[in-house]
Design a protein around this ligand. Structure first.
Ligand code: ATP
Length: 235
């Protein structure tokens, strides 16, 4: 329906060589949630995110963003902000100039108040005026995420945003993602590390070998009792 950020229904993706990377996946992302798509390497997370971005054509099934079905090549939905590739920031420019440059490329006018709001949500502070080459990995990661947040899309999709971050940076990322999901927005992130999802997300969808093997609130799915099922997923 038009109010739900994401509904994935019966999604399948078979690659040209016949390999079934995503094998009938169903899950939803609701407003206010920070959802972690969790699974070991090869589980099918990136394939799922790439079909969501319209970069890959699903073999069957559908992805529906606020009631609009995603189709490859269709104009990217303005309500969806995505960061799939790693940070592509220009090191000799400041963080804020990188944001301006990125935004200009979308052809939309730059409003300083809007830029300030995104800088505040992403908790970039005064450091945003220093050159990117002086930033820590965590700061670079948050500037790249701020790029995806420009325009305040109601569904923000990030591939492995916590990859390579240390515990304080992960705690920072949690604050940023939770702040973003307030006011009815939603976030979908992938990760191959259970601890990262546990520390940053409200909900989790566990994938293994192209299928969903568990989903729900982080405390229920990752908490005690379901350990055996999760271990299965990670074998
Ligand atoms: P990772 O964390 O390593 O990215 P993932 O969960 O995101 O893992 P995918 O990248 O979606 O998993 O890959 C799922 C499976 O599909 C893997 O076994 C991969 O080898 C395979 N695969 C990915 N792209 C292709 C392709 N273009 N052709 C054939 N097989 C592919």
């Amino acid at each position: 329906d038009a109010e739900t950020p994401l509904v994935v229904a019966g999604l399948r993706k078979t690659y040209k060589d016949g390999f079934v990377a995503v094998d009938g996946v169903d899950f939803r992302v609701e407003r206010g949630q920070v959802v972690g798509l969790l699974g070991p390497n090869g589980a099918g997370k990136t394939t799922t995110l790439r079909t969501l971005m319209g970069l890959l054509q699903p073999t069957s099934g559908s992805l529906t963003v606020f009631g609009h079905q995603v189709t490859p090549g269709a104009p990217v939905l303005s309500r969806l902000g995505a960061l799939v590739e790693g940070p592509g920031l220009l090191p000799h420019l400041s963080g804020v100039d990188n944001l301006r440059l990125f935004w200009r490329a979308t052809g939309r006018p730059i409003e300083e108040a809007h830029l300030d709001e995104v800088i505040k949500i992403a908790d970039l502070g005064e450091r945003i005026h220093r050159k990117v080459r002086t930033y820590s990995h965590g700061m670079k990661q948050r500037v790249a995420i701020a790029q995806a947040m420009l325009g305040l899309p109601e569904l923000l999709v990030l591939d492995e945003p916590t990859d390579g971050l240390d515990p304080p940076q992960i705690a920072e990322m949690r604050r940023v993602l939770h702040e973003y999901a307030r006011d009815g927005r939603a976030v979908l992130v992938s990760s191959h590390l259970l601890a990262e999802v546990e520390q940053t997300c409200t909900h989790v969808v566990v994938m293994s070998r192209g299928r969903v093997v568990g989903a729900g609130e982080v405390a229920d799915v990752i908490g005690t009792g379901t350990g055996a099922r999760l271990e299965d997923a990670f074998l």
